[in-house]
Write a protein that binds this ligand. Structure first.
Ligand code: FAD
Length: 407
């Protein structure tokens, strides 16, 4: 009897789990992740105001993976030996593969700013946001004035700001400073979106420092290159991500600051048996680092792993529609569909549906208990609600009551 082909997946969040879900249990699939919980990162900002709790945003990885008929290992991968065909973990164990899917995302990037690692709080995981939420609560309940500095006004910085406004804008002594190196917020997106957010924030105790870079941090101050110095009781670092060191150490990236170059079929440019997906991958035609692209890439890689084993031509990955929902707390929510932008607080419901539907799809109910039956109905209900809402006709109808920021 022929032995089963071995597949190792490194990283089990959006891209890794999407890949695992599509890979047949006829393969011998091992999924390795350093942490035991899948985390729905696009909604972790909601921990800051307390509208969501940590348990709602997480799913146990072992259950997700074993339900699919695969094995889960909770460990840090330290090396992908691309030519010998194995992955080594921190404990020294080796996992041989015929194909490997690398889906390790990125890590926080403080760009070497002095004091940043020590005195700012990162914004990259559920635990990070739980720590920020706790700090904010402690400061506000102390009754003193509170100065919050958010470094970075990309998607993460804006959504963090929105949640701080949702939770604490009525606290009399609150001041929020947002520092951004470029001249506008949400760079890379239509300027009208950023302008609309700035207009909303004019009603709140928020100061934007645009075109300003951070020189250094201390426990109580953020010093800018321009010489200005901002008081800070809590500093959030949302200014960027860099590649996992695993990519360079395994020879998948040419330098420590580079993402792993892949072909259009998502195979590593240096090792065809290794696929790199999600944020970790650098496609020839660059893609924004978004969860929906990661999900699509993970699923696509699974199909190509099968084709690779079958010895048939692999298919190039094609990007889906750029579709985003950006929340500014309870102040407003924005829907971006390609170049079009709509706004309205009612879109918060759409963001919630996307979250709920994705969580339910990742964690479908098992067994026959009443609670599970309820879960199944819930899932089907969400399926009916969520998916047609994303079809063009239904989408147009639900958009009719919204402000058009860019049409
Ligand atoms: C605060 C925030 C808000 C966001 N909002 C949105 C949004 O609104 N919409 C959107 O589409 N996207 C959003 N994103 C981006 C989105 O979350 C990412 O694009 C997506 O998570 C990428 O998925 P991934 O699977 O490639 O990587 P990740 O989700 O980062 O997963 C990587 C996994 O690899 C594991 N791992 C890393 N290194 C190792 C190792 N050495 N060994 C074992 N395991 C390892 C990690 O534990 C992790 O589970 C947001 C991101 C953040 C941080």
């Amino acid at each position: 009897m022929r032995s089963r082909k071995k597949v190792v997946i490194l990283g089990a969040n959006f891209a890794g789990i999407a890949c695992a879900r599509r890979l047949s249990a006829h393969f011998d699939v091992t999924v390795i992740d350093v942490s035991g919980y899948f985390e729905f990162l696009p909604n972790i900002h909601e921990l800051l105001s307390g509208v969501k709790s940590a348990d709602v945003l997480r799913l146990p990885r072992r259950r997700l993976v074993e339900t699919l008929g695969h094995s889960f290992v909770c460990e840090t991968a330290t090396e992908v030996e691309t030519h010998a065909g194995y992955v080594e973990t921190a404990s020294g164990r080796r996992y041989a593969f015929d194909a490997c899917v690398v889906a390790v995302g990125g890590v926080n990037n403080t760009f070497g700013v002095r004091g940043a690692e020590q005195f700012s709080l990162p914004f990259k995981s559920v635990d990070d946001c739980v720590a920020i939420a706790q700090r904010l609560r402690d400061l506000v309940t102390s009754g003193k004035n509170v100065s919050v500095v958010i470094i970075g006004a990309g998607l993460e910085g804006v959504e963090a700001l929105g949640e701080i406004l949702r939770g604490y804008r009525n606290h009399p002594g609150l001041a929020v400073h947002v520092v951004e190196g470029s001249e506008r917020i949400l760079t890379g997106r239509d300027a009208r979106l950023g302008d609309d957010i700035l207009q909303h924030c004019a009603d709140f105790p928020v100061t934007f420092h645009l075109g300003e870079s951070v020189a250094s941090l201390t426990k109580t101050r953020v010093k800018l290159v321009s010489g200005r110095s901002l008081p800070s009781d809590v500093t959030l670092w949302t200014a960027g991500a860099k590649p996992s060191p695993l990519l360079f150490s395994s020879g998948l990236a040419p330098t420590a600051n580079a993402w792993a170059a892949v072909t259009p079929t998502l195979q590593s440019c240096v090792a065809p048996a290794v696929f790199v997906v999600g944020d970790a991958a650098a496609l020839p035609d660059p893609l924004s680092k978004q969860a929906y692209h990661a999900l699509d890439m993970g699923a696509h890689a699974a199909g190509n792993v099968q084709r690779y084993f079958d010895g048939v031509p692999l298919k190039p990955f094609s990007r889906g529609l750029e579709l985003g929902l950006i929340a500014l707390g309870d102040v407003d929510t924005y829907l971006t569909v390609g170049r079009r932008i709509f706004a309205g607080p009612s879109l918060a419901a759409a963001k919630e549906i996307v979250f709920q539907a994705n969580m339910a799809r990742l964690d479908p109910p098992l067994g026959r208990s009443p609670a599970v039956g309820l879960g199944q109905r819930y899932w089907r209900g969400l399926h009916r609600l969520a998916l047609p809402a994303l079809r063009p006709a239904a989408l147009r109808k639900s958009l009719s009551g919204l402000r058009v920021i860019a049409g």
